[in-house]
Design a binder for this molecule. Structure first.
Ligand code: GLC
Ligand code: CA
Length: 562
Protein backbone atom coordinates (compact mmCIF):
# COMPACT_ATOMS: atom_id res chain seq x y z
CA UNK A 1 0.00 0.00 0.00
CA UNK A 2 3.07 2.22 -0.07
CA UNK A 3 2.27 4.41 2.97
CA UNK A 4 3.04 8.12 2.80
CA UNK A 5 2.24 10.97 5.18
CA UNK A 6 0.40 12.90 2.50
CA UNK A 7 -1.92 9.96 1.92
CA UNK A 8 -2.86 9.93 5.59
CA UNK A 9 -3.30 13.71 5.81
CA UNK A 10 -6.36 15.91 5.68
CA UNK A 11 -5.87 19.16 3.78
CA UNK A 12 -7.63 22.44 4.57
CA UNK A 13 -7.70 25.08 1.86
CA UNK A 14 -7.48 28.74 2.80
CA UNK A 15 -8.50 31.52 0.44
CA UNK A 16 -6.53 34.20 2.29
CA UNK A 17 -8.38 37.30 1.13
CA UNK A 18 -11.57 35.93 2.69
CA UNK A 19 -10.29 34.00 5.69
CA UNK A 20 -9.48 36.46 8.47
CA UNK A 21 -8.60 40.15 8.51
CA UNK A 22 -6.26 41.19 11.33
CA UNK A 23 -6.03 44.94 10.75
CA UNK A 24 -9.47 46.15 9.77
CA UNK A 25 -8.80 46.97 6.11
CA UNK A 26 -11.44 44.47 5.02
CA UNK A 27 -8.90 42.12 3.43
CA UNK A 28 -7.88 38.80 4.93
CA UNK A 29 -4.17 38.51 5.69
CA UNK A 30 -1.36 36.33 7.04
CA UNK A 31 -1.68 37.59 10.62
CA UNK A 32 -5.34 36.68 10.35
CA UNK A 33 -4.40 33.15 9.34
CA UNK A 34 -1.95 32.91 12.24
CA UNK A 35 -4.73 33.90 14.66
CA UNK A 36 -6.81 30.95 13.48
CA UNK A 37 -4.16 28.20 13.48
CA UNK A 38 -5.39 26.82 16.79
CA UNK A 39 -8.83 26.50 15.29
CA UNK A 40 -7.43 24.44 12.40
CA UNK A 41 -5.28 22.31 14.67
CA UNK A 42 -8.30 21.62 16.82
CA UNK A 43 -10.31 20.56 13.78
CA UNK A 44 -7.59 17.98 13.13
CA UNK A 45 -6.13 19.39 9.94
CA UNK A 46 -2.65 18.16 8.91
CA UNK A 47 -1.85 20.28 5.89
CA UNK A 48 -2.87 23.85 5.14
CA UNK A 49 -3.02 24.83 1.49
CA UNK A 50 -2.91 28.59 1.13
CA UNK A 51 -3.99 30.08 -2.19
CA UNK A 52 -1.43 32.50 -3.69
CA UNK A 53 0.01 35.08 -1.31
CA UNK A 54 2.75 36.45 -3.57
CA UNK A 55 3.07 40.03 -4.66
CA UNK A 56 0.25 40.72 -7.07
CA UNK A 57 -1.87 43.54 -8.47
CA UNK A 58 -4.79 41.26 -7.65
CA UNK A 59 -6.71 41.12 -10.89
CA UNK A 60 -7.39 37.46 -10.13
CA UNK A 61 -6.93 37.45 -6.36
CA UNK A 62 -3.25 36.59 -6.42
CA UNK A 63 -3.28 34.14 -9.32
CA UNK A 64 -1.54 36.96 -11.18
CA UNK A 65 1.91 37.08 -9.61
CA UNK A 66 4.21 40.05 -10.10
CA UNK A 67 7.01 38.81 -7.81
CA UNK A 68 7.33 35.14 -6.87
CA UNK A 69 9.64 35.87 -3.95
CA UNK A 70 7.68 38.59 -2.22
CA UNK A 71 4.39 38.76 -0.32
CA UNK A 72 1.31 40.66 -1.46
CA UNK A 73 1.36 43.87 0.55
CA UNK A 74 -2.32 43.56 1.50
CA UNK A 75 -1.53 40.18 3.05
CA UNK A 76 1.55 41.27 5.02
CA UNK A 77 5.31 40.93 4.81
CA UNK A 78 7.89 38.19 4.42
CA UNK A 79 8.37 38.37 8.21
CA UNK A 80 4.68 37.60 8.62
CA UNK A 81 5.11 34.68 6.25
CA UNK A 82 8.09 33.30 8.15
CA UNK A 83 6.14 33.60 11.38
CA UNK A 84 3.13 31.86 9.85
CA UNK A 85 5.27 28.97 8.64
CA UNK A 86 6.93 28.67 12.03
CA UNK A 87 3.61 28.71 13.87
CA UNK A 88 2.16 26.09 11.51
CA UNK A 89 5.16 23.82 12.12
CA UNK A 90 5.05 24.43 15.88
CA UNK A 91 1.56 22.96 15.88
CA UNK A 92 2.69 19.91 13.91
CA UNK A 93 0.95 20.97 10.73
CA UNK A 94 2.38 21.53 7.26
CA UNK A 95 2.08 24.27 4.67
CA UNK A 96 1.34 23.74 1.00
CA UNK A 97 1.87 26.76 -1.24
CA UNK A 98 -0.19 27.49 -4.34
CA UNK A 99 2.17 28.19 -7.21
CA UNK A 100 1.18 29.64 -10.55
CA UNK A 101 3.72 28.54 -13.16
CA UNK A 102 1.60 28.83 -16.28
CA UNK A 103 1.51 32.62 -16.29
CA UNK A 104 2.56 35.71 -14.37
CA UNK A 105 0.94 39.07 -13.86
CA UNK A 106 1.32 41.61 -16.66
CA UNK A 107 3.09 43.67 -13.98
CA UNK A 108 5.83 41.08 -13.50
CA UNK A 109 9.18 42.72 -14.42
CA UNK A 110 9.78 39.93 -16.96
CA UNK A 111 6.65 40.92 -18.84
CA UNK A 112 7.37 44.62 -18.49
CA UNK A 113 10.69 43.94 -20.24
CA UNK A 114 9.21 41.50 -22.70
CA UNK A 115 6.64 43.90 -24.07
CA UNK A 116 9.21 46.69 -24.61
CA UNK A 117 10.64 45.55 -27.94
CA UNK A 118 10.90 42.54 -30.20
CA UNK A 119 14.60 42.20 -29.49
CA UNK A 120 14.40 42.58 -25.74
CA UNK A 121 16.30 39.70 -24.06
CA UNK A 122 13.07 38.79 -22.22
CA UNK A 123 10.88 38.93 -25.34
CA UNK A 124 10.59 35.15 -25.60
CA UNK A 125 9.78 34.67 -21.94
CA UNK A 126 6.19 35.03 -23.13
CA UNK A 127 4.31 33.96 -26.24
CA UNK A 128 4.17 36.72 -28.86
CA UNK A 129 2.82 36.42 -32.39
CA UNK A 130 1.88 38.65 -35.30
CA UNK A 131 -1.81 39.06 -36.08
CA UNK A 132 -3.53 37.19 -38.89
CA UNK A 133 -5.86 38.82 -41.43
CA UNK A 134 -6.25 41.89 -39.27
CA UNK A 135 -7.21 39.84 -36.19
CA UNK A 136 -5.57 37.67 -33.54
CA UNK A 137 -3.12 34.88 -34.47
CA UNK A 138 -5.68 32.10 -33.90
CA UNK A 139 -9.25 31.44 -32.75
CA UNK A 140 -8.65 30.06 -29.25
CA UNK A 141 -10.99 31.24 -26.50
CA UNK A 142 -9.80 32.34 -23.08
CA UNK A 143 -11.09 30.68 -19.90
CA UNK A 144 -12.31 34.09 -18.88
CA UNK A 145 -14.19 34.94 -22.13
CA UNK A 146 -12.94 36.46 -25.39
CA UNK A 147 -9.76 35.65 -27.28
CA UNK A 148 -6.59 34.30 -25.63
CA UNK A 149 -4.73 37.01 -27.56
CA UNK A 150 -4.24 40.60 -26.48
CA UNK A 151 -2.92 43.15 -28.93
CA UNK A 152 -0.01 45.24 -27.71
CA UNK A 153 0.56 48.46 -29.61
CA UNK A 154 4.19 48.98 -28.56
CA UNK A 155 5.42 46.19 -30.83
CA UNK A 156 2.33 45.63 -32.97
CA UNK A 157 2.06 41.99 -31.83
CA UNK A 158 -0.27 39.90 -29.69
CA UNK A 159 0.57 38.02 -26.49
CA UNK A 160 -1.18 34.86 -25.37
CA UNK A 161 -3.17 34.59 -22.13
CA UNK A 162 -5.29 31.52 -21.38
CA UNK A 163 -6.87 33.39 -18.47
CA UNK A 164 -7.36 37.16 -18.20
CA UNK A 165 -5.35 39.67 -20.21
CA UNK A 166 -3.58 40.54 -16.96
CA UNK A 167 -2.16 37.01 -16.87
CA UNK A 168 0.23 36.52 -19.83
CA UNK A 169 1.33 32.90 -20.32
CA UNK A 170 4.98 32.07 -19.80
CA UNK A 171 6.89 30.38 -22.58
CA UNK A 172 8.05 27.05 -21.15
CA UNK A 173 9.98 26.33 -24.35
CA UNK A 174 12.50 28.91 -23.23
CA UNK A 175 15.29 27.27 -21.15
CA UNK A 176 15.91 30.46 -19.18
CA UNK A 177 12.27 30.61 -18.09
CA UNK A 178 12.44 27.00 -16.94
CA UNK A 179 15.69 27.58 -15.06
CA UNK A 180 14.34 30.66 -13.30
CA UNK A 181 11.16 28.87 -12.27
CA UNK A 182 13.17 25.92 -10.93
CA UNK A 183 15.34 28.27 -8.87
CA UNK A 184 12.27 29.96 -7.46
CA UNK A 185 10.62 26.66 -6.48
CA UNK A 186 13.84 25.65 -4.75
CA UNK A 187 13.96 29.01 -2.95
CA UNK A 188 10.59 28.28 -1.32
CA UNK A 189 11.58 24.73 -0.48
CA UNK A 190 14.69 26.00 1.26
CA UNK A 191 12.44 28.21 3.34
CA UNK A 192 10.83 25.02 4.56
CA UNK A 193 7.44 24.85 2.86
CA UNK A 194 6.01 21.35 2.69
CA UNK A 195 4.49 21.17 -0.74
CA UNK A 196 2.85 22.82 -3.70
CA UNK A 197 -0.42 22.95 -5.49
CA UNK A 198 0.61 23.68 -9.07
CA UNK A 199 -2.02 25.92 -10.58
CA UNK A 200 -3.13 25.33 -14.19
CA UNK A 201 -0.15 23.02 -14.66
CA UNK A 202 -1.88 21.04 -17.43
CA UNK A 203 -1.62 24.08 -19.69
CA UNK A 204 2.06 24.98 -19.62
CA UNK A 205 2.58 23.46 -23.08
CA UNK A 206 0.68 24.60 -26.14
CA UNK A 207 0.19 22.78 -29.44
CA UNK A 208 3.19 23.33 -31.74
CA UNK A 209 2.50 26.09 -34.25
CA UNK A 210 -0.53 27.36 -32.30
CA UNK A 211 -2.98 26.28 -35.04
CA UNK A 212 -6.64 27.33 -35.24
CA UNK A 213 -9.00 24.94 -33.47
CA UNK A 214 -11.94 23.31 -35.29
CA UNK A 215 -14.76 25.78 -35.39
CA UNK A 216 -17.93 24.08 -36.63
CA UNK A 217 -20.19 27.06 -35.83
CA UNK A 218 -17.72 29.65 -37.14
CA UNK A 219 -17.75 31.68 -33.92
CA UNK A 220 -15.18 34.44 -33.36
CA UNK A 221 -13.43 32.38 -30.71
CA UNK A 222 -13.78 28.72 -29.83
CA UNK A 223 -13.01 26.51 -26.81
CA UNK A 224 -9.80 24.84 -27.76
CA UNK A 225 -8.76 23.00 -24.61
CA UNK A 226 -7.20 20.14 -26.57
CA UNK A 227 -4.72 22.69 -27.95
CA UNK A 228 -3.28 23.48 -24.53
CA UNK A 229 -4.20 20.77 -22.05
CA UNK A 230 -2.22 17.76 -20.87
CA UNK A 231 0.04 17.62 -23.94
CA UNK A 232 2.95 15.15 -23.83
CA UNK A 233 5.65 17.71 -23.19
CA UNK A 234 3.98 18.74 -19.93
CA UNK A 235 5.25 15.43 -18.58
CA UNK A 236 8.78 15.99 -19.80
CA UNK A 237 8.82 19.37 -18.08
CA UNK A 238 7.37 18.02 -14.84
CA UNK A 239 9.84 15.13 -14.74
CA UNK A 240 12.60 17.61 -15.22
CA UNK A 241 11.29 19.74 -12.33
CA UNK A 242 11.01 16.63 -10.19
CA UNK A 243 14.48 15.28 -10.92
CA UNK A 244 16.22 18.64 -10.56
CA UNK A 245 14.31 20.04 -7.57
CA UNK A 246 11.34 18.27 -5.98
CA UNK A 247 13.07 14.89 -5.55
CA UNK A 248 15.35 16.33 -2.88
CA UNK A 249 12.55 17.31 -0.49
CA UNK A 250 9.97 15.31 1.45
CA UNK A 251 7.00 17.26 0.18
CA UNK A 252 3.51 16.82 -1.18
CA UNK A 253 2.44 17.99 -4.63
CA UNK A 254 -0.89 18.26 -6.35
CA UNK A 255 -1.50 19.51 -9.85
CA UNK A 256 -4.58 21.26 -11.16
CA UNK A 257 -5.33 19.23 -14.28
CA UNK A 258 -8.70 19.63 -15.89
CA UNK A 259 -9.83 17.62 -18.89
CA UNK A 260 -8.52 14.16 -18.12
CA UNK A 261 -9.69 10.78 -16.92
CA UNK A 262 -7.89 8.48 -14.47
CA UNK A 263 -5.87 6.57 -17.07
CA UNK A 264 -4.35 9.83 -18.29
CA UNK A 265 -3.94 11.04 -14.72
CA UNK A 266 -1.62 8.10 -14.14
CA UNK A 267 0.81 9.87 -16.45
CA UNK A 268 1.07 12.54 -13.74
CA UNK A 269 0.70 10.54 -10.55
CA UNK A 270 1.52 6.94 -11.44
CA UNK A 271 4.01 5.37 -9.05
CA UNK A 272 7.40 5.72 -10.65
CA UNK A 273 6.42 8.59 -12.94
CA UNK A 274 8.52 11.07 -10.96
CA UNK A 275 6.04 13.92 -11.47
CA UNK A 276 3.29 14.68 -8.93
CA UNK A 277 1.65 12.95 -5.96
CA UNK A 278 -1.92 13.82 -6.89
CA UNK A 279 -3.98 15.77 -9.37
CA UNK A 280 -7.30 17.54 -9.01
CA UNK A 281 -9.63 15.92 -11.50
CA UNK A 282 -12.67 17.80 -12.82
CA UNK A 283 -14.96 15.10 -14.20
CA UNK A 284 -17.38 15.32 -11.28
CA UNK A 285 -17.36 19.12 -11.54
CA UNK A 286 -18.77 18.88 -15.08
CA UNK A 287 -21.70 16.60 -14.22
CA UNK A 288 -23.99 19.61 -14.06
CA UNK A 289 -22.74 21.17 -17.30
CA UNK A 290 -25.37 21.18 -20.04
CA UNK A 291 -22.96 19.82 -22.65
CA UNK A 292 -19.28 19.20 -23.07
CA UNK A 293 -18.91 22.26 -25.26
CA UNK A 294 -21.05 24.66 -23.26
CA UNK A 295 -18.61 25.37 -20.45
CA UNK A 296 -19.57 25.82 -16.84
CA UNK A 297 -22.39 28.37 -17.00
CA UNK A 298 -25.13 26.35 -18.74
CA UNK A 299 -26.28 23.84 -16.18
CA UNK A 300 -28.50 20.77 -15.94
CA UNK A 301 -29.26 18.77 -12.79
CA UNK A 302 -26.47 16.31 -12.03
CA UNK A 303 -27.22 12.63 -11.78
CA UNK A 304 -26.15 10.23 -9.01
CA UNK A 305 -25.49 7.27 -11.27
CA UNK A 306 -23.13 9.42 -13.32
CA UNK A 307 -21.40 10.59 -10.15
CA UNK A 308 -20.91 6.98 -9.07
CA UNK A 309 -19.52 6.10 -12.48
CA UNK A 310 -17.00 8.93 -12.45
CA UNK A 311 -15.85 8.54 -8.86
CA UNK A 312 -15.71 4.74 -9.02
CA UNK A 313 -13.59 4.89 -12.11
CA UNK A 314 -11.07 7.14 -10.38
CA UNK A 315 -11.11 4.98 -7.27
CA UNK A 316 -10.53 1.77 -9.18
CA UNK A 317 -8.00 2.88 -11.75
CA UNK A 318 -5.76 4.69 -9.29
CA UNK A 319 -5.84 1.98 -6.60
CA UNK A 320 -2.29 0.72 -6.03
CA UNK A 321 -1.06 2.77 -8.98
CA UNK A 322 -1.49 6.40 -8.01
CA UNK A 323 -3.38 8.53 -5.51
CA UNK A 324 -6.58 10.60 -5.54
CA UNK A 325 -7.26 14.11 -4.26
CA UNK A 326 -10.91 14.17 -3.19
CA UNK A 327 -12.91 17.39 -3.10
CA UNK A 328 -16.38 18.77 -3.74
CA UNK A 329 -15.62 22.44 -3.45
CA UNK A 330 -12.82 24.97 -3.76
CA UNK A 331 -12.34 28.67 -4.49
CA UNK A 332 -13.38 28.16 -8.13
CA UNK A 333 -16.55 26.17 -7.49
CA UNK A 334 -19.95 26.73 -5.91
CA UNK A 335 -20.38 25.66 -2.28
CA UNK A 336 -20.70 21.87 -1.99
CA UNK A 337 -23.82 21.85 0.20
CA UNK A 338 -25.63 24.14 -2.24
CA UNK A 339 -24.59 22.13 -5.26
CA UNK A 340 -24.67 18.49 -4.16
CA UNK A 341 -26.76 18.73 -0.98
CA UNK A 342 -29.80 20.73 0.07
CA UNK A 343 -29.01 24.11 1.60
CA UNK A 344 -32.67 24.96 2.14
CA UNK A 345 -34.36 22.24 4.18
CA UNK A 346 -31.58 19.75 4.94
CA UNK A 347 -28.43 21.81 5.19
CA UNK A 348 -26.95 20.11 8.23
CA UNK A 349 -27.63 16.46 7.37
CA UNK A 350 -26.70 16.91 3.72
CA UNK A 351 -23.42 18.70 4.53
CA UNK A 352 -22.53 15.86 6.90
CA UNK A 353 -23.41 13.25 4.29
CA UNK A 354 -21.16 14.93 1.71
CA UNK A 355 -18.35 15.14 4.27
CA UNK A 356 -18.72 11.43 4.95
CA UNK A 357 -18.36 10.80 1.24
CA UNK A 358 -15.16 12.78 0.75
CA UNK A 359 -13.56 11.41 3.91
CA UNK A 360 -14.28 7.73 3.21
CA UNK A 361 -13.04 7.52 -0.36
CA UNK A 362 -9.53 6.36 -1.13
CA UNK A 363 -7.40 9.49 -1.52
CA UNK A 364 -6.54 12.61 0.42
CA UNK A 365 -9.58 14.66 1.51
CA UNK A 366 -9.60 18.42 0.90
CA UNK A 367 -11.78 20.71 3.00
CA UNK A 368 -12.44 24.18 1.63
CA UNK A 369 -12.72 26.97 4.21
CA UNK A 370 -16.24 27.22 5.56
CA UNK A 371 -17.24 23.80 4.24
CA UNK A 372 -16.76 22.46 7.78
CA UNK A 373 -19.58 24.72 9.00
CA UNK A 374 -21.78 24.21 5.95
CA UNK A 375 -21.40 27.64 4.36
CA UNK A 376 -23.68 28.12 1.37
CA UNK A 377 -23.79 29.87 -2.00
CA UNK A 378 -24.66 33.54 -2.06
CA UNK A 379 -27.08 35.37 -4.38
CA UNK A 380 -26.26 39.06 -4.59
CA UNK A 381 -28.98 41.08 -6.36
CA UNK A 382 -26.67 43.23 -8.39
CA UNK A 383 -23.58 42.52 -10.47
CA UNK A 384 -21.96 45.42 -8.59
CA UNK A 385 -21.59 43.18 -5.54
CA UNK A 386 -19.52 40.66 -7.48
CA UNK A 387 -15.73 40.80 -7.61
CA UNK A 388 -14.54 37.78 -9.58
CA UNK A 389 -12.93 38.60 -12.93
CA UNK A 390 -14.41 35.48 -14.56
CA UNK A 391 -17.91 36.42 -13.40
CA UNK A 392 -17.56 40.06 -14.47
CA UNK A 393 -16.25 39.11 -17.91
CA UNK A 394 -19.07 36.60 -18.36
CA UNK A 395 -21.67 39.23 -17.40
CA UNK A 396 -20.18 41.75 -19.80
CA UNK A 397 -20.05 39.28 -22.66
CA UNK A 398 -23.66 38.15 -22.18
CA UNK A 399 -24.98 41.69 -21.76
CA UNK A 400 -23.29 42.74 -24.97
CA UNK A 401 -24.87 39.87 -26.84
CA UNK A 402 -28.31 40.83 -25.54
CA UNK A 403 -29.03 38.09 -22.98
CA UNK A 404 -31.60 39.31 -20.40
CA UNK A 405 -30.19 40.42 -17.06
CA UNK A 406 -32.29 37.96 -15.04
CA UNK A 407 -31.01 35.01 -17.03
CA UNK A 408 -27.39 36.03 -16.57
CA UNK A 409 -27.85 36.56 -12.85
CA UNK A 410 -29.44 33.13 -12.52
CA UNK A 411 -26.32 31.53 -13.97
CA UNK A 412 -24.11 33.68 -11.76
CA UNK A 413 -26.04 32.74 -8.62
CA UNK A 414 -25.46 29.12 -9.45
CA UNK A 415 -21.91 29.08 -10.70
CA UNK A 416 -20.00 32.26 -9.85
CA UNK A 417 -16.71 31.65 -8.10
CA UNK A 418 -17.72 34.33 -5.61
CA UNK A 419 -20.11 31.77 -4.07
CA UNK A 420 -17.07 30.30 -2.37
CA UNK A 421 -15.27 33.60 -1.84
CA UNK A 422 -17.51 35.46 0.61
CA UNK A 423 -15.79 35.99 3.96
CA UNK A 424 -15.40 33.12 6.40
CA UNK A 425 -18.20 33.27 8.96
CA UNK A 426 -16.55 33.25 12.36
CA UNK A 427 -19.30 34.58 14.61
CA UNK A 428 -22.61 36.45 14.71
CA UNK A 429 -21.14 39.95 15.11
CA UNK A 430 -21.08 42.44 12.27
CA UNK A 431 -19.37 41.12 9.10
CA UNK A 432 -19.33 37.68 10.72
CA UNK A 433 -16.25 38.56 12.77
CA UNK A 434 -14.13 38.48 9.60
CA UNK A 435 -13.17 42.15 9.77
CA UNK A 436 -13.67 45.27 11.81
CA UNK A 437 -13.67 47.31 8.63
CA UNK A 438 -15.66 46.96 5.44
CA UNK A 439 -15.09 43.57 3.80
CA UNK A 440 -13.77 43.55 0.21
CA UNK A 441 -16.80 41.48 -0.74
CA UNK A 442 -20.08 41.26 1.16
CA UNK A 443 -20.59 38.64 3.82
CA UNK A 444 -23.30 36.05 3.17
CA UNK A 445 -26.41 37.27 4.97
CA UNK A 446 -26.91 33.92 6.72
CA UNK A 447 -23.88 34.44 9.00
CA UNK A 448 -26.03 34.94 12.12
CA UNK A 449 -27.11 31.33 11.85
CA UNK A 450 -24.07 29.78 10.16
CA UNK A 451 -20.82 30.60 11.92
CA UNK A 452 -17.92 28.99 13.77
CA UNK A 453 -18.89 30.07 17.28
CA UNK A 454 -22.35 28.61 16.87
CA UNK A 455 -20.92 25.42 15.34
CA UNK A 456 -18.44 24.87 18.16
CA UNK A 457 -21.18 25.31 20.76
CA UNK A 458 -23.50 22.76 19.18
CA UNK A 459 -22.34 19.14 19.68
CA UNK A 460 -24.44 18.07 16.67
CA UNK A 461 -22.93 20.62 14.32
CA UNK A 462 -21.34 19.94 10.96
CA UNK A 463 -18.05 21.13 12.48
CA UNK A 464 -18.05 18.47 15.21
CA UNK A 465 -18.96 15.85 12.62
CA UNK A 466 -15.92 16.80 10.51
CA UNK A 467 -13.76 16.52 13.59
CA UNK A 468 -14.98 12.99 14.21
CA UNK A 469 -14.44 12.00 10.57
CA UNK A 470 -10.88 13.28 10.72
CA UNK A 471 -10.22 11.38 13.94
CA UNK A 472 -11.59 8.17 12.44
CA UNK A 473 -9.25 8.49 9.52
CA UNK A 474 -6.31 8.69 11.93
CA UNK A 475 -7.51 5.60 13.76
CA UNK A 476 -8.41 3.21 10.95
CA UNK A 477 -5.97 2.47 8.14
CA UNK A 478 -8.79 0.96 6.10
CA UNK A 479 -10.25 4.46 5.65
CA UNK A 480 -7.00 5.61 4.09
CA UNK A 481 -5.82 2.57 2.16
CA UNK A 482 -8.76 0.17 1.81
CA UNK A 483 -9.72 -1.03 -1.65
CA UNK A 484 -12.98 0.48 -2.93
CA UNK A 485 -15.86 -1.55 -4.30
CA UNK A 486 -19.10 0.03 -5.48
CA UNK A 487 -22.42 -1.52 -4.39
CA UNK A 488 -25.81 -0.93 -6.04
CA UNK A 489 -24.44 0.84 -9.14
CA UNK A 490 -27.92 1.49 -10.50
CA UNK A 491 -29.64 2.81 -7.39
CA UNK A 492 -30.80 6.35 -8.12
CA UNK A 493 -30.66 7.68 -4.57
CA UNK A 494 -28.23 5.60 -2.57
CA UNK A 495 -24.47 5.65 -3.05
CA UNK A 496 -22.92 2.73 -1.16
CA UNK A 497 -19.49 1.11 -1.23
CA UNK A 498 -17.10 -0.97 0.77
CA UNK A 499 -13.44 -0.42 1.50
CA UNK A 500 -11.34 -3.45 2.37
CA UNK A 501 -7.89 -3.76 3.90
CA UNK A 502 -6.52 -7.00 5.33
CA UNK A 503 -9.11 -8.16 7.86
CA UNK A 504 -11.14 -4.94 7.97
CA UNK A 505 -14.17 -4.00 5.90
CA UNK A 506 -15.73 -0.57 5.91
CA UNK A 507 -19.29 -0.22 4.66
CA UNK A 508 -20.38 3.28 3.61
CA UNK A 509 -24.06 3.99 2.95
CA UNK A 510 -25.04 7.45 1.70
CA UNK A 511 -28.53 8.63 0.92
CA UNK A 512 -27.83 11.45 -1.51
CA UNK A 513 -31.34 12.96 -1.53
CA UNK A 514 -34.21 14.05 0.68
CA UNK A 515 -36.40 10.95 0.34
CA UNK A 516 -36.42 7.75 2.41
CA UNK A 517 -35.20 4.88 0.25
CA UNK A 518 -34.59 1.36 1.54
CA UNK A 519 -31.07 0.04 1.58
CA UNK A 520 -31.20 -3.70 1.05
CA UNK A 521 -28.11 -5.44 2.30
CA UNK A 522 -26.33 -6.87 -0.76
CA UNK A 523 -25.44 -10.52 -0.74
CA UNK A 524 -22.29 -11.36 1.19
CA UNK A 525 -22.69 -8.41 3.54
CA UNK A 526 -24.27 -8.65 6.91
CA UNK A 527 -24.63 -5.96 9.53
CA UNK A 528 -24.45 -8.51 12.35
CA UNK A 529 -21.16 -7.89 14.12
CA UNK A 530 -20.61 -4.57 12.39
CA UNK A 531 -19.82 -1.51 14.43
CA UNK A 532 -21.43 1.80 13.46
CA UNK A 533 -18.45 4.17 13.36
CA UNK A 534 -20.31 7.35 12.49
CA UNK A 535 -23.67 8.54 11.27
CA UNK A 536 -25.45 11.86 10.89
CA UNK A 537 -28.57 10.48 12.61
CA UNK A 538 -29.24 8.66 15.88
CA UNK A 539 -29.40 4.91 15.20
CA UNK A 540 -32.98 3.62 14.97
CA UNK A 541 -34.03 1.14 17.63
CA UNK A 542 -35.17 -2.31 16.57
CA UNK A 543 -34.59 -1.79 12.87
CA UNK A 544 -34.49 -4.57 10.32
CA UNK A 545 -30.78 -4.93 9.63
CA UNK A 546 -31.35 -6.49 6.25
CA UNK A 547 -33.51 -3.59 5.02
CA UNK A 548 -32.50 -0.20 6.29
CA UNK A 549 -34.96 2.62 5.82
CA UNK A 550 -32.75 5.64 5.35
CA UNK A 551 -33.67 9.14 6.44
CA UNK A 552 -33.12 12.25 4.24
CA UNK A 553 -29.40 12.53 3.42
CA UNK A 554 -28.57 9.84 5.95
CA UNK A 555 -24.96 8.65 6.04
CA UNK A 556 -23.70 5.61 7.91
CA UNK A 557 -20.26 4.09 8.11
CA UNK A 558 -19.88 0.60 9.52
CA UNK A 559 -16.73 -1.37 10.31
CA UNK A 560 -16.37 -5.11 10.45
CA UNK A 561 -13.33 -7.06 11.52
CA UNK A 562 -13.17 -10.39 9.73
C1 GLC B 1 -6.76 28.14 -11.55
C2 GLC B 1 -7.15 28.76 -10.23
C3 GLC B 1 -8.07 29.92 -10.50
C4 GLC B 1 -7.33 30.93 -11.34
C5 GLC B 1 -6.74 30.29 -12.60
C6 GLC B 1 -5.73 31.18 -13.22
O1 GLC B 1 -7.81 27.60 -12.22
O2 GLC B 1 -7.69 27.80 -9.37
O3 GLC B 1 -8.56 30.50 -9.33
O4 GLC B 1 -8.19 31.96 -11.71
O5 GLC B 1 -6.08 29.07 -12.32
O6 GLC B 1 -4.56 31.23 -12.45
CA1 CA C 1 -6.08 42.96 6.42
Amino acid sequence: MNPKWWKESVVYQIYPISFMDSNGDGIGDLRGIISKLDYLKDLGVDVIWVCPIYKSPNHDNGYDISDYCDIMKEFGTMEDFDLMLKEIHLRGMKLMMDLVLNHTSHEHPWFQESRKSKDNPKRDFYIWRKGKNGGPPNNWESYFSGSVWEYDEATDEYYLHLYSKYQPDLNWEHPEVVAKLHDMVEWWLKKGVDGFRFDAIAHIVKQQGLPDADNPHQTTTVRAYEMFSNLDDVHTLLQNLYDKVLYFYDIMTVGETSGLGPEQALDYVGDGRRELNMTFQFEHMFLDAASAGSGKWDTVPWNLIELKKVMSNWQTVLHNRGWNANYLCNHDQPRSVSRFGDDVTCRVPSAKMLATFIHTLEGTPYIYQGEEIGMTNVAFDSIDEYRDVETLNYYEEKRTSGVPEAEIMRAIHKKSRDNARTPMQWDATEHAGFTEGTPWIKVNSNYMEINVVQAMKDPDSIYHYYKRLIQLRKKFKVIVYGEYRLLLPLHEEIYAYTRTLDNEVLLVILNFFGKEPIFEMPEGLDLQGMELLISNYEPRKGEDLARLKLRPFEARVYLKKL
